[in-house]
Ligand binder design. Sequence first.
Ligand SMILES: Nc1ncnc2c1ncn2[C@@H]1O[C@H](COP(=O)(O)OP(=O)(O)OP(=O)(O)O)[C@@H](O)[C@H]1O
Ligand SMILES: [Mg+2]
Length: 184
Amino acid sequence: MEDKQPLNEIRLFLNDENETASLATQFASLLTATDSATETASSGGHIYLRGDLGAGKTSFARAFLRACGVSGRIKSPSYALLESYKVSNLYFYHLDFYRFSDPREWIDAGFRDILQENAIVLIEWPEQAAGLLPLPDIEISLEYADEGRNARITAYSNKGQSWLSKITPTGPALRPKDPPAGDS
Ligand SMILES: Nc1ncnc2c1ncn2[C@@H]1O[C@H](COP(=O)(O)OP(=O)(O)OP(=O)(O)O)[C@@H](O)[C@H]1O
Ligand SMILES: [Mg+2]
């Protein structure tokens, strides 16, 4: 995933977990929107979530899945590597590659199939499986910034670019944080 060519990128400041959830909810409605021309559900999408431990990757994924209609407990896949859900005719896969070490796990767990289906796939720690993963539609990098998080959201496909263009900074919540005076 080294020589990837981003199509566009936005930066936002997320003050707290609610704002992380609000961003996730916006993406949820974009990825599950019905195509008005064909009346069919979207053809899936891949979102990679990067950032240090505790940066908010699972917070984003939980809020996203909840907004897509997943009910019941949404577990972090940090131990199982994969949690999957189905809501009406849509499949959701939430993966966490933090503990991923052996590429054979990749084949054994059928990850390749998951990425080829018309599913919605969220991947935490994609860098742990670099070389095995295709480019995502969207990559979200979360970074600690004071009490909140800086988010860098990058599109790598036309589909991702179109979603990104519809993300709206809602109120002060999702506006990019001004750099401190004198910080160039
Ligand atoms: N924008 C935000 N500002 C401040 N705190 C946040 C923000 N978004 C989420 N949090 C908090 O940060 C923590 C994020 O934990 P979470 O499990 O989501 O991290 P993670 O990136 O998945 O970590 P891991 O790499 O261990 O899987 C939670 O306590 C959550 O309440
Ligand atoms: Mg996590």
